[in-house]
Design a protein around this ligand. Structure first.
Ligand SMILES: Nc1ncnc2c1ncn2[C@@H]1O[C@H](COP(=O)(O)OP(=O)(O)OP(=O)(O)O)[C@@H](O)[C@H]1O
Ligand SMILES: [Mg+2]
Length: 240
C-alpha cells in the first residue's frame, strides 16, 4: 500500500514537556488506523499535526510526499478533515451546519450533497431543526455529516462515539466502514474503546506518554502483541 503520511522523528513540546516523540511512522492510503491510548497520551495532539493545525517542534511530516509547512498548498490542506473530540455546532439549523464547510470553500448548489450526507447519517428528518435542540448522538452525527459532505481524502476522527448509545455507535461505525470501502477514504480513528478499534481498524497503534509502543495489523495487535503493555491495555489491566 502507498504511504499517505510519513512521520520522521516528530516531536511536539508544550511548555518544556515533550508531548509527542514518535520515531518513524507511516500511515497508509486507504487504511483505517485506530490510535488508542490513555487520556493525555497525545492522541488529539497527533491529529492536530496530521490536520496541519500545528507544526512539530522537531522532525518532519510529509503528506503525499510533500513536506508539511507553510508551503503546503491550500488544496492539499483541504483534503484532510477532522471531526473534533467535542465538536461545536453553529447556532443554526442542521442543514446549515452540514453545508458550512462547503460554503467556506465557495461550493455552491450543494443542496443535493447536503441531502445525501444527512441521509447517510440518518438525519434527513432533522434537516430544518435547530442544532441546539439535538441530542448528543444526533449532534455527533451532524458533526460527522459536516465532514463527509466534503469527501475528504483523509478523515481524522477524535473519539467520534464517546458517550453515545449503542444505536448511534453502530450507525457511526457503519458510516466509517462505508466511506472507507466506497470512497477509499484514509481514516485515522482515535478511540478509548478497544472493541471499536477491533471492529473497525486495519491497523492499531498504542500511544503511551507520547510514544508509539506498538503499531501493528489489528489481528496481531489484539491476539499476538509484541509489547506487554499492549496486552495490558487491550485487557483493560493497564494502570495509569
Ligand atoms: N495547547 C497545549 N498547551 C499545553 N499543553 C497541552 C496543549 N495541548 C495538549 N497539551 C498537553 O498534552 C498532553 C496530551 O494531550 P492530548 O489532548 O493530545 O491527549 P489525548 O491523548 O487526546 O487525551 P484524551 O484521551 O483525554 O483526549 C496532555 O498532557 C495535555 O495537557
Ligand atoms: Mg484527546
Amino acid at each position: 500500500m502507498e504511504v499517505i503520511y510519513q512521520l520522521n522523528d516528530i516531536q511536539k513540546v508544550y511548555a518544556g514537556r515533550t508531548i509527542l516523540d514518535l520515531g518513524r511512522v507511516e500511515i497508509l492510503r486507504g487504511e483505517v488506523l485506530a490510535v488508542v491510548g490513555p487520556s493525555g497520551a497525545g492522541k488529539s495532539t497527533l491529529l492536530r499535526l496530521l490536520n496541519f493545525l500545528e507544526e512539530a517542534d522537531r522532525g518532519e511530516l510529509l503528506y503525499e510526499g510533500q513536506l508539511v509547512g507553510t508551503t503546503l498548498p491550500l488544496a492539499m490542506r483541504r483534503e484532510v478533515t477532522t471531526v473534533f473530540q467535542s465538536p461545536a455546532l453553529l447556532q443554526d439549523s442542521v442543514e446549515t451546519n452540514v453545508a458550512y464547510g462547503l460554503r467556506l470553500r465557495g461550493i455552491g448548489g450543494s443542496q443535493a450533497a447536503v441531502g445525501a450526507a444527512l441521509e447517510q447519517m440518518g438525519l434527513a428528518h432533522l434537516r430544518k431543526v435547530p442544532a441546539r435542540t439535538l441530542s448528543g448522538g444526533e449532534a455527533q452525527r451532524v458533526a460527522l455529516a459536516r465532514a463527509i459532505v466534503l469527501h475528504p481524502k483523509v478523515l481524522l476522527l477524535d473519539e467520534p462515539t464517546a458517550n453515545l448509545d449503542p444505536y448511534n455507535i453502530g450507525l457511526i461505525e457503519q458510516v466509517v466502514r462505508d466511506i472507507n470501502q466506497r470512497e477509499k477514504t484514509s481514516i485515522i480513528l482515535v478511540t478509548h474503546n478497544v472493541f471499536q478499534a477491533k471492529r473497525l481498524a486495519h491497523r492499531v497503534a498504542l500511544l503511551l506518554n507520547g510514544q508509539i509502543v506498538e503499531m501493528a495489523p489489528a489481528r496481531e495487535f489484539f491476539e499476538n502483541p509484541r509489547d506487554l503493555r499492549t496486552r495490558a491495555f487491550t485487557n483493560g489491566e493497564m494502570v495509569y
